[in-house]
Structure formats: structure tokens, C-alpha cells
Design a protein around this ligand. Structure first.
Ligand code: MSP
Length: 512
């Protein structure tokens, strides 16, 4: 069974911003960790191309929805390439394979009596294209100006029953404590389940919205965008693909180890609609996925939005600082599950202090000194030295804690553990001052031992940080010539190992 993880699929109504980038990087880091240290992994991400938002954005730009969606999709694809996102599957909801599987799901739900047609009448906002309930009324009991023109409308649509599955969902969530991570989000979901009432409207009449997947048994309707989009997690994993060889084998992937999503789409989409959909489709409780819910990146405490003009472009940041520096910053300055505040100054501080002065300096000094004093050849001399032994011991415990942190999706803790090693190894350089040892022939063995411990620590660090900074780690590995030493345990570099040529990986960037 492969380790299968996914992210939310991004709307193709506007350009990608730092929030989208954060989520894909988080998923990529977790996927890379598993691929490198645990075994076969499948990471699925993609784009949400249907629905009203995309249709409206296309209209505004005077092009067809498909053309618009494709253009934005290309931007996402280029950004993921630039940021080193290594996804195994790519989900585009206009993909014929997806559309065909969605129709099969609709047909089978219909046959099971899990879809019904009903007339609904009520107040309707023309601008927002949605029915309004009393919840939308303001304190004066009116629908505010944000809803634009409000009319009374009667419309027939297809409905998916939610309320009838409420008791099942409640007991499922109460008895599966790790369905939602972190735990405080589970509480939020449990409260929302109590409030479930009514059914979910899963169709839109074509005359109002045409940009969607047509109903197989009622061609005047298209599928509600969330119903279509949520299904990407199974359709691109091979569900109902009739053995289509361009898609994975569903049995090998499902159930998903983690759907990585933002806090805004837990309730109701992923926490209520999605499990109920899977349950109604016949998935057993053991076949349900787990939700890893992350927080939001804000700017100076405010939500990122086009209208506030505070949108941060990850593409520009990657050009300016490098993709790895951006990946490192986003993973290091965020506690998975909590919100964070984006600051370019902070990115620069992190880059200079952690990457340039910390890791870069350690690797550079280690290889430089080995070249200067030992022609780049390592000899692990059997010297007993408390400082060296302490660093080796720390490496052992850091590896353990690093693995545990990843198992709990605590990427920030995993990175902190690696940096304990970086800091202690840099301190060791100062403590042992190899440049002094090199002048004292009776310290030759100690010098050998110090250089070995530093190089081996550097090897382990480059490996442990590789999910976060893959391209820089590959360069470190090249300079250490440690390609064949990829095990995450002490002693990978053999005696007589020949180090390569040092060259700065993270040159210091002067503040502008
Ligand atoms: N298309 C839907 C998801 C369908 S999944 C079946 C959607 N798209 S989105 O483009 O609006 O958001 C995609 C992901 O980016 C969501 O998980 C969302 O939480 C995340 N983010 C959007 N803005 C964000 C921040 N400012 N910070 C962190 N992540 C945020 O929702």
C-alpha cells in the first residue's frame, strides 16, 4: 500500500498566492519525507476548474471558461515546477476521466435513492447566485447591500440528503479521534455536525450556470462545484476508472492518509459533505480518509485578499531568494494548524541566520578544512572525546525525534530538531578550533576525528532537511560526495571517503 496524500485543489479563478504555495509545499515536504525514508508514496494535487467563480472570472475577461481555466492552470503548473513540488498525480476537474467517474457516482447515488429532485423557493441573490436564508439577514432583518439585487425565486434542483446521515457522522467523528488533525479542529467540526439540517443542493440549472459536469440522467443540470471537486480525491486515484491504465490502481492508494486542507474548507465541505458522500457511496468507516487542517497565512494580521492589495506572489519571492529559501521559511515560521504572519523581512532574517550562517557555513567550513588539512580525505580516528561523543549522541536522538515529528505532521518541530544539530556542530567547530589542531602534530588524530564527525553530521543534516530544501540538499550531497550514503543513521561516510569541492550553497543576502 502506498502512502497517499492530497491537497485541496485550487480554484482557477485567480492567480496563485502565498497561501496556495504554503499548502502545496507542506504536502510536498510530507510526501518527500515518506518517499525518502519510509517507502512508496503518491502525492496528488491539482486545480478546481468548474463553477461559478471561474465562469464569472472568465466572463469578466471576455473569454470562454475553459480558456480562462487553462490559462490559470498553466500558472499553477509553472509555479509548482519552480517551487520543486514533486506531485505524482495531477487533478484537473475538466479531465474527461474525472468527469466520467463523477457521472458514474451521480448515477449510482441516484439508483440508491441518495439523490432526489425538489422544488425550492426563497430569496435569491442575483449577484452572489445563491439562495439566502434568515441567517443572511442583518440586524435590521434585511438582506444587506452586499447581496445586490435580491429576488424571490422558485427553482427545481437535485438534492443529496445530509440530515439523514447526521447521526452516523456524529458517531463516526466521536469514535475516530484522528479523523481531523489537529484536535481542536475536531471539536469545531463536532459542533458544526450538531447544526446539520436539511439537504445539500448538488445541481445548478444550466440556464443559470453552465460551467460544470452535466448530470447523466438530467441534462438540464450541471453538478455543484464542491460535489465535483471533492470527488477528485478518489477519481484521480483510479476510482471507477474501469482499469484505465493512465490512472493508478485505487486499491493500492485508498484510503488516503491525509487530505491537506486549509481551515476555511473543513466545515462544511471536507468535514460534513465529503464523509457523508463517501458513506453514501458505500465506503466503510475504515475506508474514510484523514483530514490535516492547516491555518492561514496573513499579512500584518489581515487576511490576504486582492481587494486589500496585500497579495504576496510566491513566484517573485522564489526568483528573489530561491525556491528552497521560501520553502524553508514557510515551513519554519509556521506551526502546522496555526495561522502565521507573512513578512519578507523575516524571510530574509531566516535565510541569513539559519541557512547562510547556520547550515551553509557549517558545510562550507567542514569541507574547506578537510580539503586544507587532509586533502579532502576522511579518517574516523578512534579518539575518545566527550564533545565528539555528545554530538554523535545528539544526532541519534535528533533522528528519532525528527521521525516522530513527521509522523505527527509537525514539520516545524522536525526542522527545529535538525537545527539543534546545525547549532551544536557549529559550536563544535569553535570548541575544537581545527585550525589550531592542524598546527599541533600530536593532535593529528583528534583533528581527523573532528573532521569526520563534522562531515558525518553534515551528511545527516543534508538528508534530514532534504524534504524541505531538496535542491540545496542535493548540492550539499554533491559536495560531500555522499550520494551512496543515504541511510539515516550514524556512520554513513566510510573511512577513506573523499569529499568534493566546497562552494557556498546559501550566499548571504544583504538587506535591501
Ligand atoms: N477549490 C477549493 C478547494 C476544493 S478541494 C476539493 C478551494 N480553493 S482555493 O483556491 O480557494 O483554496 C485552495 C487551498 O488554499 C485551500 O486549502 C485553502 O485553505 C488554501 N488557502 C487559501 N488561502 C490561504 C492562505 N492565505 N493561507 C493558507 N492557505 C490558504 O478552496
Amino acid at each position: 500500500m502506498k502512502y497517499f496524500i492530497t491537497t485541496a485543489i485550487d480554484y482557477t479563478n485567480a492567480d496563485p498566492h502565498i497561501g496556495h504555495a504554503y499548502e502545496k509545499i507542506l504536502a510536498d515536504v510530507i510526501a518527500r519525507y515518506h518517499r525518502t525514508f519510509e517507502g512508496p508514496t503518491f502525492f496528488l494535487t491539482g486545480v478546481d476548474q468548474h463553477g461559478q467563480k471561474v465562469q464569472q472570472a472568465a466572463q469578466k475577461n471576455g473569454v470562454q471558461p475553459m480558456e480562462f481555466a487553462k490559462k490559470i492552470t498553466a500558472k499553477f503548473l509553472a509555479l509548482w515546477e519552480k517551487l520543486g513540488i514533486q506531485n505524482d498525480g495531477w487533478a484537473e476537474t475538466t479531465d474527461l476521466r474525472h468527469k466520467s467517474a463523477v457521472r458514474k457516482v451521480l448515477q449510482s447515488l441516484y439508483e440508491k435513492g441518495e439523490l432526489f429532485k425538489a422544488k425550492y423557493s426563497g430569496y435569491y441573490s442575483v449577484r452572489q447566485e445563491q439562495f439566502l436564508t434568515d441567517k443572511e439577514r442583518n440586524d435590521a432583518g434585511e438582506f444587506g447591500p452586499e447581496w445586490g439585487e435580491v429576488i424571490f425565486l422558485e427553482e427545481e434542483n437535485w438534492y443529496f440528503p445530509l440530515e439523514k446521515h447526521k447521526r452516523w457522522l456524529k458517531s463516526y467523528v466521536d469514535s475516530h479521534l484522528d479523523f481531523v488533525i489537529p484536535a481542536f479542529r475536531r471539536t469545531e467540526l463536532a459542533n458544526a455536525i450538531e447544526r446539520i439540517s436539511g439537504d445539500l443542493c448538488v445541481s445548478r440549472p444550466k440556464e443559470r450556470l453552465s460551467w460544470g459536469i452535466e448530470f447523466p440522467f438530467d441534462p438540464d443540470y450541471v453538478t455543484y462545484v464542491w460535489f465535483d471537486a471533492l470527488l477528485n480525491y478518489v477519481t484521480f486515484a483510479g476510482y471507477l476508472s474501469d482499469g484505465n491504465e493512465t490512472l493508478p490502481d485505487f486499491k493500492e492508494l485508498w484510503p488516503c492518509k491525509a487530505h491537506i486542507i486549509g481551515k476555511d474548507i473543513l466545515v462544511p465541505a471536507h468535514g460534513i459533505y465529503w464523509p457523508i458522500m463517501l458513506h453514501a457511496m458505500g465506503f466503510s468507516d475504515e475506508q474514510l480518509p484523514r483530514l490535516l487542517v492547516h491555518g492561514w497565512w496573513n499579512v500584518a494580521g489581515a487576511k490576504i485578499s486582492k481587494s486589500l492589495g496585500n497579495v504576496i506572489d510566491p513566484d517573485l519571492l522564489a526568483d528573489k531568494y530561491g525556491a528552497d529559501a521560501l520553502r524553508y521559511y514557510l515551513m519554519r515560521d509556521n506551526v502546522v494548524g496555526q495561522d502565521s504572519d507573512f513578512s519578507e523581512e523575516r524571510l530574509l532574517v531566516r535565510y541569513n541566520s539559519d541557512l547562510a550562517n547556520g547550515l551553509g557555513n557549517l558545510v562550507n567550513r567542514t569541507i574547506n578544512m578537510s580539503q586544507r588539512y587532509r586533502a579532502g580525505i576522511l579518517t574516523p580516528a578512534p579518539v575518545r572525546d566527550a564533545d565528539l561523543e555528545a554530538l554523535q549522541q545528539l544526532a541519534g536522538s535528533a533522528i528519532e525525534r525528527y521521525r516522530e515529528a513527521f509522523e505527527r505532521f509537525e514539520v516545524h518541530n522536525a526542522i527545529e530538531t535538525v537545527w539543534e544539530l546545525v547549532t551544536r556542530a557549529n559550536i563544535l567547530v569553535e570548541q575544537k578550533a581545527p585550525w589550531k589542531l592542524a598546527k599541533e602534530p600530536e593532535q593529528a588524530e583528534l583533528l581527523d576525528a573532528v573532521l569526520y564527525v563534522l562531515a558525518e553530521t553534515g551528511r545527516l543534516i543534508s538528508l534530514m532537511i532534504s524534504p524541505v530544501t531538496p535542491r540545496s540538499s542535493a548540492r550539499i550531497v554533491e559536495q560531500l560526495r555522499s550520494e551512496t550514503a543515504s541511510r539515516l543513521e550514524w556512520g554513513g561516510l566510510p573511512s577513506g571517503h573523499h569529499l568534493g569541492t566546497p562552494s557556498p550553497i546559501f550566499p548571504k543576502i544583504e538587506p535591501y
